[in-house]
Design a protein around this ligand. Sequence first.
Ligand SMILES: [Zn+2]
Ligand SMILES: [Zn+2]
Length: 335
Amino acid sequence: MMPMPYRLLTSLAVRLNGRIYIFDAGEGTQLGLKKTKLGVRGLGVVVVSHLHADHCLGIPGIMMLKSQIQDPEPLTILGPPGITRFIQQAHENLEFYLNFPITFVEWSPDADEVAYEDTEVRIIWHPLEHSRFCLGYRLEELDRPGKFKPHLAASLEIPKGSLWGKLQQGEQITLEDGREISPDQVLGEPRRGRHVAYVVDTKPSKGIYRLCEGADLAFVEGMFLPEHAEHAEAKGHLTVVDAARIAGRAGVRRAVLVHISPRYNDNELSLLAEAAKSRFDRAEIGEDFRVYRVPYPNDEESAGSKQRAAGSKQRAAGSKSNSQFVKWSNGYEGT
Ligand SMILES: [Zn+2]
Ligand SMILES: [Zn+2]
């Protein structure tokens, strides 16, 4: 698929507590990062579905952009077999300047389902069914501590103030009378974080259900109208009807259909939206640069992470020929 003047390639940026996770980067994604003012400060993870150009050709540009800031944080790149070679060869051939270490995490048949985890999220991967080996992903915000129950703290005669704060943050405390109080004595059940699925370039497959199950927000490929179902099948893609049906069955709270074929102009997007909604009324068609706020599972809070679909035409970034700061950490790391 090509970027078009009226529609950019599919890329998703998840922002959470100052950290940015990018899912796929086709040609020109770095312009989207500039236009949305997301930038690359905070970008620590790039996640790649597969090695088709519309999903990975923009990664070198993003690396160059990141190298223009001082002391950027390390980068982790998750992806299918071959992603390490693709990035390394691009770097070796183009000799662009890099000033941060990169860790590659390549999928393999015996890979753990959890591809990546940090202090905020875990990222799960699962193979899909496409004309090339392709992975879908699910980003899960880690569970949050349970709610603090003041009446329990009061009944245990814990003085208000800093001790309450420590318990709220999950720390064990010792009272003046020697009693030890653990957080679970005053906190409710841990609360599930928000889950976002990213599934593109696939035929209907079991993996989509696994990744989308109960997700708070799911970005799912809806490339074709149902009258082009044969084409979708032949190329290893979904129609909007397939995507909406699967999202509905998987219990997704909100589905955003992306990776729309350039054969449909903007006037035809309403046809895709209608077809999708006929199967699942919480499905909609994604828009370039749109921000989606993800509510917590029980709707108690709505602030927090934002999703942006970012992608755009590429502009060659300035670079110096100096790779001495590159620390390639080849092979397989992580779980
Ligand atoms: Zn593809
Ligand atoms: Zn594609």
